[in-house]
Design a protein around this ligand. Sequence first.
Ligand code: HMG
Ligand code: MG
Length: 298
Amino acid sequence: NLPEQVVIKEVGPRDGLQNEPQKIPTDQKIEWINRLSDTGLSYIEITSFVHPKWIPQLADALEVAKSIRKKKGITYAALVPNLKGLERALEADIDEVSVFMSASETHNKKNINKTIKDTYPVLEEVVNEAKKHNKSVRGYVSTVFGCPYEGEVSVDQVIDVSRRLFDMGIDELSLGDTIGVAHPKQVEEVLLRIKDEFPNKSIALHFHDTRGTALANCLTAMQLGFNTFDASLGGLGGCPYAKGASGNVATDDLLYMLDGMGIETGIDFQKLLDAAGYIQRQIQKPLPSHQMQIVHHQ
Ligand code: HMG
Ligand code: MG
C-alpha cells in the first residue's frame, strides 16, 4: 500500500533558518539554496515575508528571493502572512505563496497576532490576490497534533480550519505537527478523518522531530496513501513561537529511508549531504540529523 513516489518539500531555508539564533549572511543563504537546487529537489521554501521584527533571521527575504538562481522545474515558495508580505513576494516573483494559521486559538494569536476568526479574511485576501497573479497557494495549519499552550487540539477544529482554507482556493494543505508531539497512532486517527473529509485534495504532512517520532509518523502517513512531506535538511529548525519545538524531520534521514525502501524522490543523496555540509559549516555547529552525525564521525 506504500506510494511508489514521494515528494519531499525542502523547508530548511525558511523553517530551519527562522529558528537559528545567529543570522546567516544573505550570500550564504543564496549559495545554500543554489546548492539545494542542484540536488534534485522539486520544491524549496526559501524564505518568509513576515514582519522582520518577528523573524529577524529572514529580514533579507526580498534579497534572497531575488538573487537565487532559479532552476526550471523547481517551485520556489515563501511564507506570506498578509497583503503587505504578498507585495514583497510578488516583487520577488516567487512561484508559490504559503499562507499559514493555527488550529488552536492561543498559538494562532501568539504566532500571527490575531484570533482565528480574524485571520480568515486576511488570508482570503492573500489567496485572492496571489491567484490574480497566477501564483499557486499552499495553506499551512499549525498545531494539528497538539498546541504548546492548549495541549490537545480537536480534529474537528483541524477539519474546520482546513475546510476554510480549501474554500479560499488553496492548492495544497500542509498539516503541521508544530511542536513534534504526534505519534503514529494519533497520526493514523487524524489522517483517517482527514481522508474522509477531503478525499481528493492535495495534502502534505509537516512533522517536527522534537520527540523523535517524525520518521515513524511519515511512514504511517505513507501507509495511509499520503505522499508529500515537508522536511528540513540536516534537521535544522523549529518554530520560535512554540517553546521546545525543534527541527522538522530531516530531509537526509527521510531520503535515506525512502531510498532504502525503493520509493522514488528524484533527489541525489550524496548531493544532499554535500548541501547539508555547506550549511553546517556556515552555522558552525553539528546538524542534528542521523545522517550528518554519521558524516561527522567519519
Ligand atoms: P501585526 O503587528 O499584528 O501586524 O503582525 P499589523 O498588520 O498590525 O501591522 C503592524 C506593522 O507591521 C505595520 O507597520 C505593518 O506595515 C507591518 P507600521 O505601520 O507600524 O510601521 N507589517 C509588515 N511588515 C513587513 N512584512 C509584513 C508585515 N505585516 C505587517 N508581512 C504579522 C502580524 C502576521 C505581520 C506578524 O505577527 C508576523 O510577522 N508574524 C510572523 C510569525 C512567524 O513568522 N512565525 C513563524 C512561521 S509559522 C511556523 O513556523 C509554522 C509552520 O512551520 C508549520 C508548523 O510547523 O506547524 C509554517
Ligand atoms: Mg514548522
